[in-house]
Write a protein that binds this ligand. Structure first.
Ligand code: ARG
Length: 704
């Protein structure tokens, strides 16, 4: 049956038009531009991106190094996802002011809440500097020489940027697996305040159960505001700062869309690896996804239990739980989709084609000879190390918060110690942390594939002193370590005072195994790059786009339901529709009474049940309030909070997720099945307006 479905899907994808691609803003070819136009984009290239005049580009921000956002008012109001604002919402929440549970509405500018460390970047421009950089690399350079020349020239180019305006920063990024280089310039603003959050039972409706899945009824948005100094320049937080007036803000459309109408996302996709070899994919499945899923499963079990105990712990661990569970489920989904869609088989086919192509001109294509054999051999040799590296990172670096704090202190530059301590310990419950540490330590030891990576000193000590009883050892460790006593930590001024602390000894021991991994050079990258070059050369008339690397990208596509293969079993009816409704929202709630992910606070239940939404937010075609919808846009993590725009460049939604059927998407785009899940802007407006009566925010928008 599975093969049958795969075959049908393969046939479908021949007929469907591909909307694959994350195109670089400022580097969109005429060919791609004419595709945009043929699909329905009415903006001129200059209205999309221009260094001379305000363009839609100027309304898009990168948020905090992990998400995207879109500016929607002349006073710097910004929409992003609820899951992007989640950390900030949690930080401001207490058992008394539970903004997670009940939402947050700033009644005036003065009520808007500052967020330490949160920033936005506006993209000013991107220029192709490939020739300057690669032209400086001597033909016979070793890898090391190549890297140092590239770094030196990049530094030089970045120094040439005009930094006279405040907050300017620049970076040079490699594209196409280091075959091209672009210089991007940004302006950074550090005063970003929380303005509005819906209750979590809207903003995170469906929770882990629905995460990464369609059909979806999640109102995944939150609202922030960017502040500037009196001259409209970036400034550190100050109560004297005023709302920022952007070069451009996006207009909002309540006119909706239909099956086949143009949709475009602008935002910051984080990372894809679309040109990865079949060997690389196999390695990702076995040495990253399997491991991450296993370890995080253990951790989540402990957090789930803790969070059920009290409101204090629920709020304390909400954000950590969400980020842990997001890629826990992703890991399972990506492996499942890679299997179901036979991605490795397709890659192998492409690699066979490449091998045959090389054979037709072995002299001219000599540099590609042996690339596949090398990749196979290297991934085989590196397997245990890569597996352990993920295991180590998940178990220790991202495991117990206290232990992770110690590892980071041993490893990197420290900064203000007391400030770091305060930030780290604000959200730690010692007892929960101890449980995590114990479980993940034991889990690490029992899964490590090779003795050399074991924390041997610690294990010997547990055997000799504690008779092999890890529970007693960890109890004693947490009893005696200053790190497990936040009050005592307040007296510490220098890290060196802690060097005899037992937690530091264990951490040093654990760190040794990482050093043995990091000192073994990884060699696959150079061959992966060669393979990518070969495939592009072989298909030279095809226009390739570069992998995501957290630079600003445009993706074009259409509003479209999923092309499920006919006869696909187990489909719920709404899965085949392009848009969800309040009815399906309520169905999930009513049909899952014991699942916390679908619980509603009474206010929200009443509001949705009553169904009295403003007329202007209702969809003309369905006569209902539109909740979430599907487009064929090519997005990935980091795109969260990206605006979804119609052909006139008006905001119709916010992208927030991908779908389970095609979670192989970061490694291979599947035209038939891959979709972007967005929250319809009309639901966003209705929640702000009809549910929260936050008229002052609605008034700021330009609604068409
Ligand atoms: N999967 C979404 C993303 O990575 C995040 C959704 C957050 N929701 C949740 N239930 N954890 O962008």
């Amino acid at each position: 049956m599975k093969q049958f479905v795969v075959l049908l899907v393969a046939l479908l994808s021949l007929t469907a038009r591909a909307d694959e691609g994350m195109w670089v803003m400022g580097n969109i070819s005429e060919k791609t531009d004419s595709v945009l136009r043929s699909l329905g984009l009415e903006l001129t290239p200059e209205e999309l991106y221009s260094t001379e005049q305000p363009s839609l580009n100027d309304a898009i921000v990168q948020l905090g190094g992990f998400c995207s956002g879109v500016v929607v008012s002349n006073d710097g109001l910004m929409f992003t996802n609820h899951h992007c604002g989640f950390g900030s919402i949690q930080n401001h929440s207490t058992t008394k002011h539970d903004y997670l549970k009940y939402g947050f509405v700033a009644k005036s500018f003065a009520d808007e809440l500052p967020n330490d460390g949160l920033f936005v970047l506006f993209h000013l421009k991107t220029v192709d500097v490939t020739n300057l950089i690669l032209g400086a690399v001597p033909a016979d350079a070793t890898d090391w020489e190549r890297d140092s020349v590239i770094n030196a020239v990049s530094d030089q180019l970045m120094r040439m940027v005009d930094y006279s305006a405040k907050g300017i920063q620049s970076e040079v990024n490699p594209f196409y697996k280091r075959s091209k280089y672009f210089l991007s310039v940004y302006q950074r603003f550090d005063d970003v305040r929380l303005v509005y959050a819906p209750p979590q039972c809207l903003g995170k409706y469906g929770g882990d159960t629905d995460n990464w899945m369609w059909p979806r009824q999640t109102c995944d948005f939150s609202v922030f505001r960017i502040y500037a100094d009196k001259d409209n320049n970036p400034a550190e937080y100050s109560k004297d700062n005023v709302p920022y007036h952007p070069r451009k803000y996006a207009h909002v459309s309540t006119q909706g869309y239909h099956d086949g109408s143009y949709a475009m996302t602008l935002g910051y996709p984080g990372s894809t690896d679309r040109y990865l070899s079949s060997y690389g994919i196999e390695s990702t499945m076995r040495t990253i996804n399997d491991v991450r899923y296993q370890v995080r499963g253990v951790k989540l079990g402990i957090l789930n239990e803790a969070m059920r105990q009290s409101d204090r712990l629920r709020i304390m661990y909400a954000s950590k739980h969400a980020s842990c569970s997001n890629y826990w489920k992703f890991s399972l989904g990506q492996n499942t989709a890679l299997d179901n869609l036979n991605v490795i088989g397709e890659k192998q086919q492409q690699e066979r084609e490449l091998a045959a192509w090389v054979q037709t001109d072995p002299v001219g294509r000599a540099r590609y000879i042996g690339v596949l054999d090398s990749l196979q051999a290297i991934y085989q040799q590196e397997r245990d190390m890569l597996y352990t590296h993920t295991l180590w990172m998940e178990s220790f670096y991202n495991g117990s918060d206290i232990f992770s704090f110690v590892l980071k202190s041993l490893n990197g530059p420290v900064g203000d110690l007391q400030e770091r301590i305060a930030r780290t310990y604000r959200d730690i419950d010692i007892d929960t942390d101890k449980k995590v540490f114990l479980a993940l330590l034991q889990n690490y030891i029992s899964h490590v594939p090779s003795e050399q990576y074991l924390p041997k000193n610690t294990m010997q000590m547990v055997d000799s002193v504690w008779n092999g009883d890890y529970q007693r050892f960890v109890d004693a460790l947490y009893d005696t370590s200053v790190l497990a006593h936040p009050d005592a930590l307040k007296a510490v001024t220098e890290l060196s005072e802690l060097q005899d602390d037992p937690m530091f000894s264990v951490a040093l021991d654990v760190l040794m195994s990482l050093y043995s991994m990091s000192s073994t050079p990884r060699r696959e990258a150079i061959y992966e790059q060669l393979l990518g070059d070969g495939i592009r050369e072989m298909n030279h008339d095809h226009e390739y786009y570069p992998d995501a690397n957290f630079t600003m990208r445009l993706s074009y596509g259409l509003c479209k339901p999923i092309d499920f293969a006919p006869g696909t079993i187990g489909l719920k009816e709404e899965a085949t529709s392009m848009i969800t409704s309040p009815r399906s929202f309520l169905n999930k709630h009513e049909q899952n009474p014991s699942n916390l992910d679908f619980q509603l606070i009474p206010q929200v239940y009443k509001w949705m049940k009553r169904g009295k939404f403003s007329k202007q937010y209702m969809d003309a075609q369905t006569g209902q309030l539109p909740l979430c919808f599907l487009t064929t846009n090519d997005i990935t993590g980091g795109n969260s909070g990206s605006g979804i725009f119609d052909g006139k460049g008006r905001l119709i939604g916010l992208a927030f997720d991908g779908n389970w059927e095609a979670m192989s998407g970061d490694l291979k785009f599947d035209t038939a099945l891959q979709r972007c899940i967005g929250v319809d802007i009309r639901w966003v407006l209705s929640v702000i307006d009809d549910y929260s009566h936050a008229k002052r925010l609605i008034k700021e928008l330009t609604i068409e």
